[in-house]
Design a protein around this ligand. Sequence first.
Ligand SMILES: C[S@@+](CC[C@H](N)C(=O)[O-])C[C@H]1O[C@@H](n2cnc3c(N)ncnc32)[C@H](O)[C@@H]1O
Length: 255
Amino acid sequence: MGSPKSQIELPSDAAQNAYIDLLKRSVTNYPYLGGDTPFERFRCIVHYDLPRAQWTIDPLARPITLLTKGQLDLVEHSILSVEQRGVPGDFIEAGIWRGGVIILMRAMLNVHGITTRRVFAADSFEGIPKNTRALNDPVDAWRDRWSASLEEVKGNIERFGLLDDRIEFVPGYFADTLPKFTDQKFVLMRLDSDSYDSVEESLVYLYPRLSRGGIIIIDDWHLVGCKAAVENYRARHGVHEELKVHDGNAYWMKS
Ligand SMILES: C[S@@+](CC[C@H](N)C(=O)[O-])C[C@H]1O[C@@H](n2cnc3c(N)ncnc32)[C@H](O)[C@@H]1O
């Protein structure tokens, strides 16, 4: 897959585009947090890099995704790509935090009249656990473990009018929950769990379930543990598809 923007045509329907654009602005809380920064360059994570005392935002105004516009675009374009090519399978995000990406995935089903696919939302709902296999992963020193409860996430999705049984929650630690997917087919998987162990577990249990022609996206390409987990998995399992990086997210299409 080339640059997602250059190869995938956006839907021509202006109302659909406007809804998805507004949704991206809402889940990032850009209208409240954006200030003078254009949406294309807005990074809500900047607020968290400041010491808490310097936060210019009320904690209640935390966005419901940490993704940038470009990263949300990658999710949208990947869905359009697999849909246009008729590749079978469901969508999954492993590491959902407050659920913003799940909201976008579920909205895309409505906007494009996709009736055959479902959205899986896998998370501990207790934050990122410490590594037990990988030592020296800087993620273990983070104070914020990015925890959001299942109730909080359901509330967020409900407020967008998108909570229904086409979203399946997979609560628990990946090592316990993801092995159950022995027959499931996924067409888009987004791994966003930050640590070496968590990313490795997601790959081990989920990648074999990705359809040929399906797309895998890995957040946090700048995190050494995450990157090492992906590179080790690719080397061990002979995954040679070209890996591309778009706005800090790695992705490739399974061939
Ligand atoms: C940075 S947050 C995800 C951000 C989110 N995708 C967004 O849209 O902003 C990382 C998430 O991964 C989850 N997580 C990390 N390791 C996990 C594991 N081993 N099992 C289950 N959940 C895990 C955490 O609970 C947290 O919600």
